[in-house]
Ligand binder design. Structure first.
Ligand code: SF4
Length: 141
């Protein structure tokens, strides 16, 4: 079983109420090979919600609200589901403050990227789950 960001399967769980369908991920879900999770919703956040970025190790919305606790709680719950399903690999949405891996926004809400992982991607790596973005799986094909 492969763990995937729910928005990549087209679920409208992004901060702005949209999905971000990646056909390859949608195919894995349709064929029963992937488990979808949205750590931000699992953490109790709503759709829509204010966009957030990581600033000095904290997750902060564009309105200045510190939502780190919700991000961490959702990530822990999603990891638990991944372990229960036996997931050893994950395909996660690039650049998200939860799911991004390798590159995330720099906290200035200006679109600038810096090296780093989102809260959930970092937790999965710590748990030994191999993580890549949808952009990497498309590029590797
Ligand atoms: Fe998609 Fe992850 Fe953001 Fe949920 S937390 S909307 S799964 S990128």
């Amino acid at each position: 079983m492969i763990l995937v960001s729910a928005c990549l399967a087209g679920e409208p769980c992004r901060y702005n109420g949209t999905g971000y369908l990646c056909p390859e991920v949608g195919g894995l879900v349709s064929s029963g090979q992937a488990l979808t999770v949205c750590p931000e919703l699992l953490g109790g956040l709503a759709v829509p919600r204010s966009p957030a970025e990581i600033i000095a190790g904290r997750v902060v919305t564009v309105d200045g609200e510190d939502v780190t606790d919700a991000y961490q709680a959702g990530a822990q719950l999603a990891l638990k589901l991944a372990k229960q399903a036996g997931c050893q690999t994950a395909i996660l949405k690039a650049r998200s403050p939860s799911c991004g891996c390798g590159k995330i926004y720099d906290g200035s809400f200006s679109g600038r990227l810096i090296p780093g992982d989102g809260v959930f991607a970092a937790l999965l790596k710590t748990a030994g789950i191999v993580v890549q973005t949808e952009e990497e799986i498309i590029r590797d094909e």
